[in-house]
Ligand binder design. Structure first.
Ligand code: PMV
Length: 368
């Protein structure tokens, strides 16, 4: 048979929501009950690298995650693969003497290898970077014409938050109105250069796998929480506009106030769910109190905090100076292996604190 293989590699960073997505109005298409806004982290530190390959020698679609084969039979993978294949176009590599016609893509099989440059078990959103990277790499391989926003609507069907990782900087996921989800996609609000003095530090409170997946948590919240309905209808629409304004004006005081309030409301919705969902633990709560007290004593906020579906704190410092102070405070008040359950201060094998700048992550030593 034919021996050729054609490959593409892509790298996609993860993102952290400052206005949270929590609740689906359609579980299959992954359509949310509210808009959300996120900041994309630096790809050097929290990202997925995915290589996709096509060859007539491949017998079936297969995928490896961090070197271990995983099943592609789930609906989320199947939806992404189908949507991308639909948009595949002719590809010609004259040097290798390969020509793939548009209709060949239906019959050809793919091999996909994906790596996270951070521990998958660290409770840090890995699906966001993963699906964004998969869709982006496949689009490149198959010569797909669609722009990032249109691709985001495909990545969304893998994992909701993934749609926001197709862009750098600050990104908004517009919930959309259409039943087919065609207008539920991500747009870039500002690029990564717009607000580049921000610093992001992630305190890995626990690397244990979360107990309630976001999918089942959201489902239970949608079914049982009245606060979720109030949030989606009355709170987020206004808050999203205020957040866009704060980002546009690089107004850190407003940005911090809105970010913290939105994280707290998301976790309040989790508590308002029946049975209640606890994503944060005592250490998370103590970090919140610490930051609140510090911000108040400074007269203006130095740091914003936000927590996803787990206990890890994502801390966004207004600038390098505030980030350095934050690190010293954290190391003093939350020493590793002491009375906190702060897991380890590790990325790779050195630190327990992960630090990523919007424009670049520097190592902890360089910062302090
Ligand atoms: O995309 P999912 O299913 O991993 O859900 C993400 C939900 C949160 O991380 C809690 C909030 C968000 O907007 O990213």
């Amino acid at each position: 048979g034919e021996k050729w293989v054609l490959m593409k590699t892509a790298q996609t960073p993860t993102n952290i929501a400052v206005i949270k997505y929590w609740g689906k109005r359609d579980e299959t298409l992954i359509l949310p009950v509210n808009d959300s806004i996120s900041v994309t982290l630096d790809p050097a530190h929290l990202c997925t690298t995915t290589t996709v390959a096509v060859s007539p020698a491949f017998q079936q679609d297969r995928m490896w995650l961090n070197g271990k084969e995983i099943s592609l039979s789930g609906g989320r993978y199947q939806n992404c693969l189908r949507e991308i294949r639909k948009r595949a176009r002719e590809v010609e590599d004259k040097k290798k003497g390969i020509k793939i016609e548009k209709e060949d893509w239906e019959k050809l099989h793919l091999h996909i290898a994906s790596y996270n440059n951070f521990p998958t078990a660290a409770g840090l959103a890995s699906s966001a970077a993963g699906f964004a990277c998969l869709v982006f790499a496949l689009a490149k391989l198959m010569n797909v014409e669609e722009d990032e926003s249109q691709l985001s609507a495909i990545a969304r069907q893998g994992s909701g938050s993934a749609c926001r990782s197709l862009f750098g900087g600050f990104v908004k996921w517009i919930m959309g109105k259409e039943e087919d989800g065609s207008d539920s996609l991500a747009v870039q609000l500002v690029d990564e250069k717009h607000w580049d003095d921000l610093f992001i530090i992630i305190a890995v409170v626990s690397s244990r796998q979360k107990e309630t997946s976001s999918t089942s948590g959201m489902r239970e919240s949608v079914e049982t929480s009245l606060l979720l309905q109030h949030r989606a209808k009355e709170v987020v629409p206004k808050r999203t506009l205020q957040m866009e304004e704060a980002i546009e004006n690089r107004d850190f005081a407003s940005f911090a106030k809105l970010t913290c309030a939105d994280s707290n409301q998301f976790h309040a919705v989790c508590l308002d769910t029946s049975p209640p969902i606890f994503y944060m633990n005592d250490t998370s709560h103590r970090i919140i109190s610490h930051v609140e007290k510090w911000n108040r004593s400074e007269g203006s906020p130095q740091v914003a905090y936000t927590f996803d579906a787990g206990p890890n704190a994502v801390l966004i410092a207004r600038d390098r100076k505030a980030a350095a102070q934050l690190l010293k405070r954290l190391l003093f008040s939350f020493p590793p292996n002491f009375d906190t359950d702060l897991d380890s201060y590790i990325i790779g094998d050195k630190t327990i604190l992960k630090e990523a700048g919007v424009e670049g992550m520097k190592d902890v030593e360089a910062l302090t």
